[in-house]
Design a protein around this ligand. Structure first.
Ligand code: 4AD
Ligand code: MG
Length: 477
């Protein structure tokens, strides 16, 4: 008798195979039909138990959530929506799930409820599909870069550098928080800490990726990133995964081309390899849209949305052009944005980004050449000395999905920018040496992996596309 997975039973093994299959019971109908799932695929395998051969007591233990092994023959099925099923000769309960206590029932649970049950939610059809797609997207990211001669660089998670300024940081320390050593002038003495300096969890691997690109030309990172921003939104996590390519000799146009091609390739990979799971999530989204008021309903289904991104060029326009469009726009009935955008130089709020993408262009948009004053110190200054070679990729339903730039490679310009911003040269001496020795044009960007998975799966809340979300007040397991 061979051991088989649910997927092998449904797609590979010939009718007549004698087999043994394990999984968790989704439903048990009429004391006879088990819907079995082992997470390898969205579909359930129907196992038919012959109750005449089973004790009443054992049948009672086949409940939603219990773990069982079924032994029997694979036969053709008359049932709706399945071609094969297992005719069980025997079964065994591996792990009971008391129906009075097991939180997941064979009815629809809300996403909010399942967030509270994050330790069990991967047993549901929706979260199984999301996690399999997340895996496939991870694979597609590595494949994309590997196929194009990029090298994956593991940048540090604990870092002594805090000059990136991408967000609030989480301190890493082994000092006793209740009684830390103090210096003579009354400050915590980090010289006595583990690393003999202040250290934090990284907010971005970019600066280290730049160092690597200055030796290996084409590199990328794909690692966890931490931001202690107290933002309880459906787009922010305190711990998220970021993909950061960095390429020597690329200018801003090359960088935009790379970001667009990369996003399209990963989405195309999912369309081609995750059909079954996309169908599950397409149906889920359609249900969700149905209960929305007509005016808020999306015209496109999930798969249409993905195909649209793959098949069309992203709109590219400068920050200055975007400001013009926003000034002349009438976003709501009163013709107003919640945040006015009259001043050139103001940062765009997500309502402005989403207006451009969802209402004005109805397409992904790449905005570039932002005012220097609202962007990071390392972005290359344009000839106008007012704007920098920055770019943000904005996606429908998401807003900013990618942020990047061409980097300032001129030592004197970089140093004077740092002086203006009060960034100490000695804190970044290692970064400045890449500009001192063999400097060159280079560019890169950061893609928030969860925001991309959100787009691909059509999930409205970022907490539903990472197995164990880290958000303010939440880090139990
Ligand atoms: O725009 P950000 O802050 O850019 C950087 O960190 C650069 N150092 C990247 C680079 O050029 N190498 O972040 C990049 C992306 C954002 O566009 C967004 O998709 C995602 O990271 N992101 C978050 N995703 C989830 N939760 C958060 N709190 C996020 N903050 C940023
Ligand atoms: Mg950004």
């Amino acid at each position: 008798m061979q051991k088989a997975t649910v997927k092998e039973c449904l797609t590979k093994l010939p009718v007549g195979s004698e087999l043994e299959v394990r999984g968790w019971v989704r439903t048990f109908r009429s004391n006879r039909f088990i819907a079995l799932n082992d997470g390898g695929t969205a579909a359930n395998l129907q196992c038919v138990v012959d109750f005449e051969n089973a004790s009443e007591e054992d049948l009672k233990r086949i409940t939603t959530g219990s773990c069982i092994v079924v032994r029997g023959d694979l036969v053709s099925s008359q049932g709706k929506g399945q071609t094969v099923e297992v005719q069980a000769k025997s079964f065994e309960i591996l792990g009971d799930a008391d129906p009075d206590e097991y939180p997941l029932q064979p009815k629809k649970h809300s996403l909010e409820f399942l967030r509270e049950k994050a330790h069990l939610r991967m047993r549901t059809t929706t979260f199984g599909a999301i996690m399999r797609i997340r895996h496939a997207a991870t694979f597609a990211v590595h494949k994309y870069f590997n196929d194009r001669g990029f090298f994956n660089i593991h940048t540090p998670i604990i870092t002594g550098s805090d000059a990136e300024g991408a967000g609030e940081m989480f301190r890493v320390s082994t000092l006793d928080p209740a009684n830390p050593p103090m210096t003579e002038d009354g400050k915590v003495d980090f010289a006595q800490d583990f690393f003999e300096r202040e250290t934090n969890l990284t907010v971005s691997g970019q600066l280290e990726a730049e160092l690597a690109a200055m030796g290996l030309s084409k590199v990328y990172t794909f690692g966890p990133t931490f931001r202690a921003e107290n933002s309880n939104t459906s787009r922010h996590l305190a711990e998220f995964w970021m993909i950061e390519p960095e390429v020597a000799f690329n200018d801003l146009d090359d960088n935009m081309d790379l970001a667009e091609d990369f996003l399209k390739s990963v989405i195309k990979y999912i369309l081609q390899n995750c059909e079954e799971d996309l169908a599950v999530l397409d149906a889920r989204l359609a249900e969700e849209e149905k209960v929305k008021p007509q005016a808020e309903r999306s015209e496109q289904g999930l798969i249409e949305r993905l195909n649209f991104v793959v098949d069309n060029n992203f709109v590219r326009l400068s920050y200055t052009e975007a400001i013009e469009i926003l000034r002349n726009s009438k976003p709501n009935k009163k013709g107003k944005f919640k945040y006015r955008i009259d001043e050139w130089g103001a940062d765009l709020q997500s309502e402005h980004e989403r207006y451009l993408v969802e209402k004005h262009f109805k397409s992904p948009v790449i905005l570039f050449d932002y005012p220097a004053s609202i962007k990071a110190f390392y972005m290359r200054l344009n000839e106008d000395e007012k704007t920098v070679r920055a770019m943000d990729v904005l996606f429908p339903g998401i807003g900013e999905i990618v942020g990047g730039s061409q980097r300032e490679e001129r030592l004197d310009v970089l140093v004077s920018k740092m002086q203006k911003l009060g960034i100490e040269e000695e804190d970044l001496w290692w970064y400045l040496e890449t500009r001192k020795f063999g400097t060159c044009t280079h560019s890169g960007f950061g893609l928030g992996f969860e925001r991309m998975v959100q787009f691909i799966t059509g999930m409205g809340n970022i907490r539903d596309v990472i197995p164990f979300p880290r958000t303010p007040g939440r880090a139990e397991f």
